[in-house]
Design a protein around this ligand. Sequence first.
Ligand SMILES: [Zn+2]
Length: 124
Amino acid sequence: MARIRTIKPELLTSRNVSTYSDALFRTFVGLFCYVDDQGRGENDPELIKAEIAPRIKAKTPRVIAGHIAQLAAGDDPPLCRYEVADVPYFHLVNFVQGAKHQRINRPTKSKIPPCPIHEPDGLW
Ligand SMILES: [Zn+2]
């Protein structure tokens, strides 16, 4: 179930985000609505496509998987992929910490396990 999110103006002027193609940017913003209030989501491109781009034929699960790989690459990437009990997940790194891109007023607990790298003491 997609969620209502806000976009901060800083996202539009970010030096890093400005290098994204429009297609990549649309996926990135779509992921804001896909992840839970802790910024976490199951890394299942078919599920992601169904939620963020059900009517965009060109945005196949394969394209989405490529976008996720791009967002997880480089120095200080905005997205981090991880696995817990063989289930692939990702989280948006600055989604909660520092509220760089998002501020959640009354966050609901996550049903997704925290990232062992960035959130070793993360809330469920
Ligand atoms: Zn992480």
